[in-house]
Design a protein around this ligand. Sequence first.
Ligand code: GDP
Ligand code: ZN
Length: 327
Amino acid sequence: MSSSLPRHSPDAPRKHGVVLSGTGGVWRVRVAGVDGFSVHDAALRGRLKQEGKAGLKLVVGDRVMLEEDPDGELWAITEIEPRVTQLARREPGRRHGERIVVANVDQVVVVFAAANPEPHRRMLDRFLVIAEGNDLRARIVINKVDLADEPAVRERFADYVAAGYPVHFTSVRRNVGLSELHDVLAGCTSALSGPSGVGKSSLLNAMYPGLNLRVGAISESVNKGRHTTVGSMLHPLPDDGYVADTPGLREVGLWGLPPEHLDACFPEFRAYLDLCRFRDCSHQMEPGCAVRGALETGAVSAERYDSYVKLRGELEVTEQLRSLHSR
Ligand code: GDP
Ligand code: ZN
């Protein structure tokens, strides 16, 4: 990266901003001013644009420095601040090995419903692996607890609690768990994901009445039947945080994760990984496998282990296909 500071006219005030959305050159950037926030259209200044061609691309969630353009409509983005975290998809074989979906995410919040639609554990595990693969904290929300027997629902997700994930049981209809969820979103940038129909938009509207999201607005369904991934978007929250809408998160397989890295994406396996007899243990057939030992004692749940095996198989197939194609 070039260390030279961008040149800018001395009288143009430089401001901090956060990229909310945009692709194809024009970005919506939220800027803090003395009397609150304002949102402006902005474009990368020439030098940054050149660097962009060389790989450094602006993404939603980036924090930037920008200059107001006194006569034009487009503000100029003069600097992209270093990213603290990112939610990225690895793309093996590509020149720039990954595609960043959203930058500076503090946590991934995976929402499912207790019923209607029935929770899909394997899909939940897939989202959690994506978060772990990006070194991001994850929390789980099980909404619509009004539609199920709550103790039974808690029991069904107990292995996630044991694995160390915070699990929130909520109901928009009965106002259960909303203030706790509100508290953990405050001040953070949270990537909200989960299948459509589980109540993501309803939860946000209930917690932030001013937000006025249309029901179904935060939804994976917008992407159905299309191969292109619609861009991510940050929704500013009234109490100083953001919710990132990341459509298509679950459609991208496991994001090029190497099969041998999958075990470490299951937090409850980690204490056992160094105890297996073989260093490259796949925790399936090998003798002296400590993960399967933990499965027998119940420290690792059968369903989570089963997910691991299925996802590992999937990753191995992907890798074989890739090596066939690259020959
Ligand atoms: P999204 O696709 O995840 O954004 O889901 P929506 O917010 O659009 O909600 C889908 C449907 O579930 C709507 O009909 C909501 O009214 C309903 N819904 C949302 N939360 C709850 C809840 O806690 N309990 C019940 N029974 N229904 C809910
Ligand atoms: Zn093992």
